[in-house]
Design a protein around this ligand. Structure first.
Ligand code: VTB
Length: 340
């Protein structure tokens, strides 16, 4: 008689692994927050990477990193193509899962103790997340009300008017988040010229993109050019939130052109939507706050333990959870577990 195998029905990833992935981002956040404000972005990132990598090892899955810390040989851990997950006993098959990670999105934010750094991952069935090259990506991101309203080739003013119309307000009522970079000088001038308001952010267009898809977060859209890997993670979150995104890789050198061709991307000028970037039928997205941000609290230590705040979402089963967890490092002293 052959040994039993574990069922790998498509539904099992979201149902069976959400809690495990929440644990992974929480561990990464706790480890990186220990370095907060120390001025060492590299150490902050390494702490997150180590913790994430360790936490993956306990999960019953055949995980494959599709977006990670870098190409093979360049990064020692969580590199693209690295297998992660617990070792399956003989005769047992764990479900295959593609995983995109940004162990610490906003390494400088954490190193400086400034808002909006998060530990993030997305997971899907094999093929459910685009293997994007580590290059720039032009993006416009907005909430579910802006369905099919964004056009990456249209003037900035047109997109702002469309977003305002979808949100039933005027352009002057919009807040647009833009990465504070010299390359955005012209974009910023155009947004200002159209009369919308702007929040410039030093880093973290991923958490900005999530905030844009959530009503009441005080941001209506994200415009500009950021990392392509962050773009795929944003797309995974937007699929869970039914948010809108249009994006295009910025392929501006011969070397990059050849690299994307090798990666199987036939049309480097293609306009991607969130569904194109994260086409999975099942998607898990998990982000844990490191420093306080628009959506998530940072990690708070209190001697006997700490408290984390995580956004955990699924696409097929349509869950959006904000998870507030108290982690006890030892038996509580006479202060006990705090409520706030
Ligand atoms: C953005 C930002 C990230 O990279 O994607 C950015 O959201 C793009 O690169 O937090 P540049 O810094 O070169 O503009 C980060 O800053 C870091 O991943």
């Amino acid at each position: 008689m052959s040994a039993p195998t574990i069922a790998t029905t498509p539904v099992s990833i979201e149902r069976d692994l959400l809690g495990d992935f929440v644990h992974v981002v929480e561990e990464a956040a706790i480890a990186s927050t220990r370095t907060m404000g120390q001025g060492d972005a590299k150490a902050a990132d390494q702490a997150a990477v180590h913790a994430m990598r360790n936490a993956f090892e306990a999960i019953h899955m055949a995980g494959n990193i599709v977006i990670g810390e870098g190409e093979r040989d360049k990064a020692p851990m969580l590199y693209i193509g690295e297998p992660v997950g617990a070792k399956a006993p003989d005769g047992v098959q764990f479900p295959r899962v593609d995983i995109a990670v940004d162990p610490l999105e906003g390494t400088n934010l954490c190193a400086q103790g400034t808002p909006n750094s998060i530990c993030v991952l997305a997971a899907s069935e094999p093929g459910g997340l685009l293997h994007a090259p580590d290059c720039y990506m032009q993006k416009i991101i907005a909430g579910p009300a802006c369905r099919d309203a964004l056009d990456i080739d249209a003037p900035v003013k047109y997109n702002l008017k469309a977003i305002a119309h979808c949100l039933d307000r005027q352009v002057k009522d919009l807040v647009i988040m833009v990465l504070d970079r010299p390359r955005h000088e012209e974009l910023i001038a155009q947004i200002r010229g159209a009369g919308a308001r702007i929040k410039l952010i030093p880093d973290g267009d991923l958490s900005a993109g999530i905030a844009a898809a959530v009503r009441g977060a005080g941001v209506h859209a994200v415009f500009g050019t950021g990392g392509a890997p962050e773009g795929v993670l944003t797309a995974a979150a937007l699929r869970c939130l039914s948010g809108e995104m249009v994006a295009r890789l910025e392929i501006n050198t011969k070397e990059l052109e050849e690299r994307v061709e090798r990666m199987g991307i036939r049309d480097p000028k293609r306009v991607y939507t969130a569904r194109d970037l994260a086409p999975g039928d099942q998607i898990i997205f998990a982000a844990c706050g490191v420093t306080d941000g628009a959506l998530l609290h940072g990690v708070r230590f209190f001697g006997d333990g700490c408290r984390t705040h995580t956004l955990a979402m699924t696409y097929a089963s349509r869950q959006v959870r904000f998870i507030d967890t108290v982690h006890m490092f030892r038996e509580p002293g006479n202060r006990g577990v705090r409520l706030y």
